[in-house]
Design a protein. Structure first.
Length: 716
């Protein structure tokens, strides 16, 4: 339970029969580090030995409910403790704005001013877990050297302690949370009775809340203002025991005060028409609340909370918000599968999951994680939806199903006998989006697992979020397949260069959007000559791709009827304008004459090509040119003749090959020229791959990339 391997020597995990540590090692270590760095809360996580999951072992300074969405987190989750373990370094978040920028999912759930540091608990041989600590929002934006040294030393000491425990076969596991330092017992001391009398005489209410928000003390004025006897208030949550305080905003103010350690306040309407002011003064032991009648708020418009409303469950809301934030990042179906595995499965404690969908009246396995037998689910792929299985039943009925044990599942579905998947409990969540089922999410548990009503409610809510993400992903994948097919249909499948010319081409779509765009290339044979063209239609969508196809077809037609390069360019320009498109296009067209060793080129706002001579020298061709296609119907496109000696290589490309944020295009061309000079003698197919591999812009692929290489052969 205390470590996993992360280096040449494996971490040793105590067997099930290992002895337990007698002292609360984790609690003492956490309390000590909080005191040394003057932090007000924190937690220790332990890394499970059997899966890449961090589990919270002890928390101090605030209720564990505040961190409920992150009690179990996958190592790939974008949160500070997971980053600290993956990166093997301290992770610092200096405040509310930095949290929103670096970890928006946490910021959505805890939108309060506080600073946080997370560190790995690791030795050279193994990683054992992680620690995080938090400070009030008034902490300096940077971590001091002394704080950094204290935190690092404390985590190193804890890692060594865990390593020794593992070597001695001692199990160190979860411990009781440390909520507050003990308060000195002043009962019976001089002044205690008088202090109580003084508090009782105050004209305004005083209420003491512990870290969980429970009322530990209320003076008579507070009881009168809240409308409940003090005896009925003690030990309760104010937003539960006082009906008109049953509003999530009021509980949120308590959470904000406790996490930020800053004074918070709010006003609430006590029916029928009296406004009360609440001011919360936090400390590391709880909160003191001053209650008084509010002035000058009678004209405030605020809906009166319903007296019969049920207590809110902010912990559940927090979990749903956190996971909703994660699912919004999913693009395709496999993204949804991976995010459910990374975010949902660790949060709910399941050890495997599968996403099922339907098509053509049959069940399909869209993705799975955690199944040791990867072929187990294959038997369900393609199963008719009319077959009675838990997955098809949930998908057809839209009703979730929970099975606490294998016996319960097999009692309702006898056909599952004899086909074990290695798990002992399951949750089948129907994924309903836009009023229709889009799939089923299966969560599997290694041990029998009870599903109480509140957990079933949470899982059902998560099913709704997963369904929305899956619906978007299915639509995206369908559009992507359509776009990919369209792109492939519009680009040439093969190149047929004339004798004396070698050719190689590459196309890379942009990594964002639908992965389709307007970049194109073509090689048009017209014996004994040939024409080559490369261009870029503005945009990365189906419209741009369709227009690209029309331009390419027009260029082929004008070439076939024997137009000269400048005429082809002018005709294509008028075609684009006649089509009424609002898009522009750049283009480079050249007529190749291998027998005479020359090429005649016309350019319309396109990046200039590069020419590598047989001796290895490379230069950027300075070509005459005209404006982009689609702007001016009367535009002319002058031509330039270029000599092509045998062995020369022409490099035609679109701007996606050389334009990258923060990189000067001239520097990119110099780098490309150096590559061509050094490696331009290799076969064109290999050279094309090398050009793309060495291009920073092509690696980032913020734009489409088209590349066409032409080499004059010995007979040129």
């Amino acid at each position: 339970m205390v470590g996993v391997s992360d280096g040449p020597a494996p971490g040793r995990t105590p067997p099930a029969g290992a002895a337990s540590a007698g002292r609360p090692v984790l609690s003492l270590a956490l309390a000590a580090v909080l005191e040394r760095v003057h932090a007000h809360s924190g937690a220790v996580y332990l890394l499970r030995p059997d899966e890449p999951v961090l589990e919270m072992a002890v928390m101090a300074g605030m209720p564990r409910a505040f961190a409920a969405p992150w009690e179990r987190v996958g190592l790939s989750a974008p949160i500070p403790v997971a980053d600290a373990v993956r990166l093997r370094r301290l992770v610092w978040v200096g405040g509310e704005e930095e949290m929103a920028r670096l970890y928006p999912r946490i910021s959505v759930v805890l939108p309060y001013p506080f600073a946080l540091a997370a560190l790995p608990v690791a030795t050279e041989r193994a990683v054992y877990g992680a620690v995080f600590v938090t400070w009030p929002g008034a902490h300096a934006p940077e971590l001091s050297a002394a704080e950094r040294e204290q935190l690092t030393a404390a985590c190193d000491r804890l890692a060594m302690r865990l390593e020794r425990a593992a070597e001695q076969n001692v199990r160190i596991g979860p411990e009781a949370d440390v909520l507050a330092a003990p308060v000195p017992d002043v009962a019976g001391t001089l002044g205690t009775v008088e202090a109580a009398r003084m508090v009782s005489r105050l004209p305004y209410g005083l209420v003491s809340l512990d870290l969980h928000g429970r009322i530990a003390f209320a003076n008579p004025a507070a009881a009168e203002l809240l409308g409940r006897p003090a005896g009925e208030l003690l030990g309760t949550l104010p937003w539960v025991s006082v009906p008109w305080l049953n509003d999530p905003m009021y509980e949120d103010r308590y959470r904000a005060a406790l996490i930020s350690q800053q004074v918070m306040s709010f006003v609430a309407l006590r029916p029928p028409g009296e406004w009360l002011s609440f001011r919360l003064y936090p400390s590391t032991t709880g909160l003191s609340v001053r209650v008084s009648r509010a002035r000058a708020v009678t004209d405030m418009a605020r809906e009166t909370p319903r007296a019969d409303a049920q207590p809110s469950r902010l912990v559940t809301i927090s979990q749903v918000l956190s996971l909703a934030g994660a699912l919004t990042e999913a693009v395709g179906v496999q993204d949804v599968v991976q995010l459910v595995w990374d975010e949902v499965a660790p949060a709910v404690g399941s050890q495997a999951m599968a996403i099922l969908g339907s098509q053509g009246g049959r069940l399909h396995v869209l993705g799975q994680r955690g199944y040791a037998d990867v072929h187990f689910l294959e038997r369900f792929d393609g199963m008719p939806l009319s077959d009675r299985t838990p997955g098809t039943q949930a998908l057809n009925s839209g009703v979730p199903a929970f099975f606490d044990s294998r016996e319960q599942l097999e009692r309702l579905y006898p056909r599952r006998r004899g086909s074990p998947d290695g798990f002992a409990a399951w949750a089948y969540l129907p994924l309903i989006a836009s009023g229709r089922p889009v799939g089923t999410c299966v969560l599997a548990y290694a041990e029998p697992h009870l599903f109480p009503a509140d957990e079933r409610a949470v899982l059902t809510s998560l099913g709704g979020l997963i369904a929305q993400a899956l619906e978007r992903a299915l639509l995206y994948d369908a559009k992507h397949r359509l776009a990919h097919g369209l792109q492939q249909a519009l680009l040439p499948h093969t190149l047929a260069p004339p004798p004396g010319i070698e050719a190689a081409a590459r196309y890379l779509p942009a990594t964002h959007g639908m992965e389709i765009g307007g970049d194109f290339y073509d090689l048009v044979p017209s014996r004994p000559l040939a024409a080559a063209v490369i261009g870029d239609v503005q945009g990365h969508n189906v419209t741009a791709a369709g227009l690209m196809g029309q331009i390419r077809t027009g260029v082929r037609a004008y070439t076939t009827v024997g137009q000269e390069p400048h005429e082809v360019m002018s005709s294509t320009n008028r075609l684009l304008i006649d089509l009424g498109a609002d898009l522009f296009a750049s283009c480079l067209y050249l007529r190749l004459d291998p027998a005479r060793g020359r090429a005649v080129m016309a350019r319309a706002g396109h990046p200039p090509p590069l020419l590598r001579r047989p001796d290895g020298r490379v230069r950027v061709l300075d070509l005459a040119g005209g404006p982009l296609l689609g702007i001016d119907a009367a535009a002319v496109y002058p031509t330039t003749e270029v000599s092509l000696a045998p062995g020369s290589v022409l490099v035609l490309y679109t701007d996606g090959l050389v334009e990258s944020p923060g990189v000067d295009i001239e520097d990119a061309l110099v780098e490309l020229g150096g590559l061509l000079s050094e490696r331009g003698d290799q076969p064109l197919e290999s050279l094309a791959d090398e050009v793309l591999r060495q291009s920073a812009a092509a690696r980032e692929r913020l734009d489409d990339v088209a590349l066409l290489l032409l080499r004059a052969g010995p007979g040129g």
